[in-house]
Write a protein that binds this ligand. Structure first.
Ligand SMILES: *Cc1c(COP(=O)(O)O)cnc(C)c1O
Length: 449
């Protein structure tokens, strides 16, 4: 047998998300208001995002939060996603390890991002918003929110990082198919965009500039809310549907993971696959290892600094206590693998600081090499982001081969790469190189935080 897949019946799907903040012994330090520098309140936060998302963000007491029925109904369009025993990959590696992956690429937009886009759009609509706005890089989050907005009847405006808007037109088309208005950032349509373009006329955009523009639009437009695709705790909360399903599916497979791996941008898919299992480390003394796989060219966990930093370039967002490379950090343009965000999110940062999880850096070439191996063995071309998780899984499986241990390895396949073939082209033609950030570059950005 080359592959075996485990599913859940509709009546076995989780009906609640898991809020790890309730079980953390050391709670994260508070986020601070950018204006007052005091701990932010639900009232302040809900000027920007939906009140329900704001209260989830600051909920440190309820471990379980109900998934609203209209969101569950939409989840059933594509969930449960398959848990796959990757016999093909095991065979290719000749490893005694048991490798499983959770396949989030089967969602209508091809990634895990829809798991949070649906509830965020739903809450906005329910609370009376008519419009929603966000930023997107490669476009995965923008596609997810565009579709979720269509589902729940909201107008959606997306600021897309300019270089991606021009170089990766197909996700822009997907957003437009779902009726979203897409603007390359930095743009002249906001104060933040104008300021950035005045200083740097050729600025090719970053998630930091796009967030600034979307936040400004939300704060200055009536009935318009902002939604974020990663980093914040409520996004991680929604993504726990991944790990909660995986937990039940692993049970069907008769196994429990020794190692859980997710690629790491702002932390949402890593949190999603990890937190339900980490719960058993915290509460039941399990000893599972959790590894966040980040790119060597944007190493916020392994080489960033734990400090208060903004989520965007113009310092509009709350100040968050997190591992960061600095909100002005710009990843090298040669980097094709995504996961470019400068910060790590509040919850993951605290868990990492407390030693409940690990992080590993993956070079660009190593990630694509693993992605190609996986494609050939399992028949799915992974998103360049997901390749980082695969690379770490491959490394751990090879270690098992050396030691003869048959560890159970679970990783999250956060998305497919069928809209990212330009990056694969670059790899196949040999034009990609590795890129390591210099210590001076990191110090320049985080030194004064
Ligand atoms: C956005 C994205 C990521 C990175 O974001 P996280 O919040 O860290 O999960 C990873 N993989 C895919 C396919 C994505 O679209």
């Amino acid at each position: 047998m080359k592959q075996k897949r485990y599913f859940l019946a509709d009546n076995e799907l989780p009906t609640q998300w898991y809020n790890i903040q309730a079980d953390m012994k050391n709670k994260p330090q508070p986020m601070l208001s950018p204006k007052t520098k005091k701990p932010i309140t639900v009232d302040e936060l809900s000027q920007l995002i939906s009140r329900e998302a704001a209260s989830q963000e600051l909920n440190f007491s309820d471990a379980w939060i109900d998934i609203p029925e209209p969101v569950l109904e939409m989840y059933r369009y594509y969930r449960s996603t398959p848990l796959v025993r990757a016999y093909g990959l095991e065979e290719a590696l000749g490893t005694p390890a048991h490798i499983y992956f959770k396949n989030e690429s089967v969602s209508p937009v091809g990634s895990h991002k829809l798991n949070s886009a649906l509830p965020q759009a739903y809450y906005c609509k329910k609370e009376g918003a008519t419009n929603i706005t966000t930023e997107t890089g490669a476009g995965q989050w923008g596609c997810a929110l565009s579709y979720a907005s269509k589902v729940f009847g909201l107008e959606c405006a997306v600021y897309q990082v300019k270089i991606s808007y021009n170089q990766k037109p197909y996700r822009r088309s997907v957003m437009q198919v779902f009726g979203a208005q897409v603007t390359p950032s930095p743009s002249m349509s906001t104060r933040a965009g104008k300021d950035i373009l005045t200083l740097y006329p050729n600025h090719q955009g970053s998630l930091g500039t796009a967030i600034s523009e979307a936040v400004e639009l939300a704060l200055t437009t009536p009935n318009c809310k902002y939604a974020l695709g990663s980093v914040m705790s409520h996004v991680s909360l929604h993504q726990t549907i991944i790990g909660l399903e995986a937990e039940k599916q692993m049970e069907k497979a008769g196994e429990y993971p020794d190692i859980v791996i997710g690629c790491f941008g702002g932390g949402s898919n890593f949190s999603g696959i990890s937190f339900p299992f980490m719960r058993h480390n915290i509460l039941d003394g399990k000893k599972t290892r959790f590894i966040a796989a980040e790119p060597e060219s944007c190493p916020k966990l392994t080489r960033g600094k734990f400090c208060y930093d903004y989520g965007d370039e113009s310092a509009y967002t709350p100040l968050m206590p997190m591992f960061s490379l600095g909100h002005n950090f710009r990843p090298a343009n040669i980097h094709a693998g995504g996961l470019r965000y400068h910060g790590a999110g509040v919850v993951v940062s605290q868990l990492y600081k407390d030693g409940l999880m690990e992080a590993a850096d993956v070079s660009q070439l190593q990630s694509f090499e693993a992605g190609l191996l996986f494609s050939k063995a399992e028949g799915i071309i992974p998103a360049p982001e997901s390749c980082h998780a695969i690379a770490v899984a491959v490394e751990e499986a090879k270690r098992c081969k050396e030691t003869g241990e048959s560890k159970v390895i679970l990783f999250n396949l956060s998305g497919h790469g069928l809209v990212d073939m330009a990056a694969y082209d670059q790899y196949l033609s040999g034009s990609l190189t590795n890129y390591t950030v210099s210590p001076e570059e990191i110090e320049k950005n985080v030194g004064n935080l």
